[in-house]
Write a new protein. Structure first.
Length: 211
């Protein structure tokens, strides 16, 4: 699947949420490579992300603007950023929300080496504590704005935000009243790898923990 024309992608059951893996980054700090497709410790990074989120979701969607035929090999529907292509992470999040059929959507980056296996549970607990429409992971020092649990109905407001010319994830999450979920016990490198040094660190740490 390469567009939103086919409509929402059905989850396995009506109560489950949809995981959206955003793989739209330019990888400029790593020479322009499509990061999620690169092998990390001998395993494509996107494969590691899928393995972490699939048990926590009823359906998994990949949002990618390059090499869609390669992403399709991992057994998930693949869509693009649509009309907001080139506008950054929120474009992919908007596309993922629009393509989902479940009330809740888990958005994660495609370059996260070791997402927590209880990611959804902890985000849900934070969300339910205040009946918020969004919950975002906090690593103890700062938010990880590309790792969030979002109510699907937020898509309308997100589209308005993007049409206004704005495209800052943290600002949009603040406007949504997103609450923070504590993940201070998770290593910083688990959420994303952006440089060659971080890539090396992730490979070393994954080898050490046998993941």
């Amino acid at each position: 699947m390469s567009s939103l024309a086919a409509g929402p992608i059905e989850a396995k059951n009506g109560d489950a949420l949809t995981a959206v893996i955003r793989c739209g980054g330019a990888g400029s700090r790593l020479g322009g490579v499509d990061k999620p497709l690169q092998p990390l410790g001998g395993i494509p990074l996107i494969e590691r992300v899928i393995a972490r989120v699939r048990p926590q979701a009823g359906a998994t969607i990949i949002v990618a603007n390059r090499s869609r035929h390669l992403y399709a090999r991992f057994g998930c529907p693949v869509i693009g950023d649509g009309e907001f292509a080139g506008r950054g992470p929120l474009a992919g999040i908007a596309a993922g929300l629009a393509a989902s059929s479940t009330p809740w959507v888990l958005c994660v980056p495609g370059d996260a080496p070791l997402l927590p296996l209880d990611l959804v549970r902890r985000l849900r607990e934070a969300q339910r504590s205040s009946a918020a429409d969004a919950a975002v992971a906090h690593d103890g020092d700062r938010e990880q704005p590309l790792c969030a649990l979002l109510r699907r109905r937020l898509v309308a407001g997100l589209l308005e935000y993007l049409h206004s010319g704005a495209d800052t994830p943290r600002e949009w999450l603040r406007k949504c009243g997103a609450v923070k979920a504590d993940f201070a016990d998770c290593p910083r490198w688990a959420w994303s790898v952006n440089t060659a040094a971080e890539w090396h660190t992730a490979e070393s740490r994954l080898a050490a923990v046998g993941s």
